[in-house]
Ligand binder design. Structure first.
Ligand code: HEM
Ligand code: HEM
Length: 397
């Protein structure tokens, strides 16, 4: 069997790529729907859901690469002529569905991939990693792509129903060679090429546009973020005013790093490096728990099993600041929920005039603060939580 297409048949490469992508799509559609609907109330359910999602995403990228190969190949090939070019409407409908399918092969996996890459957390992609070139970490972008992924996947499913129905109609009712021409073998059929118009592409674009419009009407783009709407923390008066800074955290979930940060926190700092004793000052940091940005797992982190943000909306770190042989240390206590434990944070400080650049890091054990107490498997959710603090502060006038 020849590899290339002719006017009367599909070549072996086009057939192989058609059926590889067809099998992939027919697996991924139910897999995506199942993954989305699986419950995650217990640790076991969560682990299963994450695994099904990891399979969906990783296999989705593999199918995407196969689809790209298929599209590149199709561009270099002649298209076998339709068997009934005189049935203009039928031919037009088939062409429109082909455009919808080819387009879906790009926009469905790509939107899924961007949805995943623009955020942190839940269910890593195996082999290909978390990030995608040029895609910034941006929760809004991720949410948008997640909605589009769902909508475009539905358009793909509907197009596929029409496509399969068309193939079966040719096979069972018309009893022609349309389906056999796509199956292994050397069947040839068809003759004069049909006239091509641009209207099927336009019709496909209209279908996607209408689907996005319908999705918007049905509220598919509304994301009820994890964080309950809470008032921002009140500014505090301090000897040193924080100009900018990041309070970050990082934890391993299913073997991948999930990193996030608290967007809202205040620090009341008094500090005098010239003080005659080792103790140079004090600090009190208040952290708004619902301000945690942790991608797709922020929701889960707010729940009663974790930070229980509804009952304990703030965490507090109160410490004395000491100079040590190789830098500085904050020695104090950290309160998360109703648990208070001692915590020493080593940090480096660059002081120039009235400006301080501070950088520190410390490792916590989440079990000490009853965070995710039912997640007892370290492989699913690491015990260690790396906290980092970076800030620039200016001495108040
Ligand atoms: C059981 C499932 C499927 C069946 C029975 C089937 C059948 C066929 C047949 C018979 C053709 C040839 C049509 C013609 O000669 O005009 C065809 C072409 C095509 N199929 Fe499928 N197909 C299936 C699944 C899929 C899937 C999942 C996709 C992609 C998402 C897909 C995309 C296409 C495209 C784009 C063409 C046009 C190829 C070209 O001319 O360049 N098909 N299919
Ligand atoms: C052609 C390939 C793909 C198909 C056919 C597909 C199909 C689907 C379907 C049908 C759903 C369920 C939508 C719903 O019920 O609302 C889904 C969800 C999802 N898919 Fe895919 N997918 C593909 C590729 C990918 C890829 C490559 C990724 C990521 C790397 C991905 C990530 C996701 C995610 C994260 C969800 C859950 C969306 C949410 O509710 O936030 N998918 N997919």
């Amino acid at each position: 069997m020849s590899r290339a297409n002719t006017q009367t048949r599909y070549g072996s490469v086009a057939k192989t790529l058609h059926w590889i992508t067809a099998l992939g799509i027919l697996t991924l559609l139910p897999l995506g729907m199942i993954a989305t609907r699986l419950p995650y109330d217990t640790a076991e359910q969560l682990a299963l859901k994450a695994t099904v999602f990891s399979v969906h995403k990783t296999f989705g990228i593999v199918v995407f690469l196969a689809a790209l190969a298929r599209i590149v190949w199709a561009i270099t090939q002649v298209k076998p002529a339709p068997l009934h070019p005189e049935r203009k409407l039928e031919h037009w409908a088939a062409e429109t569905v082909h455009w919808l399918l080819y387009g879906s092969l790009v926009i469905v996996p790509l939107s899924g991939w961007i949805h995943h890459a623009a955020t942190e957390g839940f269910a890593p992609v195996w082999i290909f990693g978390q990030n995608l070139f040029f895609i910034p970490e941006h929760q809004g972008l991720s949410d948008l792509m997640g909605s589009l992924h769902g909508i475009f996947a539905k358009v793909l499913a509907a197009s596929l129903v029409l496509h399969i129905a068309g193939a079966l109609k040719h096979h069972v009712i018309d009893r022609d060679e349309t389906l056999r021409r796509m199956l292994p073998g050397t069947v040839e059929a068809g003759g004069a090429p049909a006239a091509h118009t641009k209207t099927p592409i336009v019709a496909a674009l209209v279908v996607w546009g209408a689907a996005v419009g319908l999705g918007a009407t049905l509220g598919q783009f509304e994301h009820h973020g994890a964080a309950p709407q809470v008032a921002a923390l009140e500014a505090v008066q301090s000897d040193w005013q924080v100009e900018s800074g990041t309070l970050g955290l990082s934890i391993q979930q299913f073997g991948s790093d999930v990193s996030g940060r608290f967007a809202d926190w205040t620090a009341q700092i008094s500090f005098d490096d010239t003080a005659p004793t080792d103790k140079k000052g004090t600090v009190e940091v208040t952290v708004s728990i619902p301000s945690l940005e942790l991608g797709t797992v922020a929701d889960q982190a707010m729940g009663a099993d974790y930070f229980d943000a509804a009952s304990f909306p703030t965490a507090l770190y109160a410490a004395d600041l000491f100079s040590t042989a190789d830098g500085y240390e904050a020695r104090g206590t950290l309160t998360i929920k109703d648990i208070t434990l001692p915590l020493t944070l080593p940090f480096q400080l660059d002081l120039s005039d009235n400006r301080a650049v501070m950088r520190g890091a410390v490792q916590l054990d989440r079990r000490d603060f009853a965070l995710g107490a039912n997640m007892t498997d370290e492989g699913q959710l690491g015990y260690g939580v790396a906290l980092t603090v970076d800030l620039i502060a200016n001495r108040a006038e």
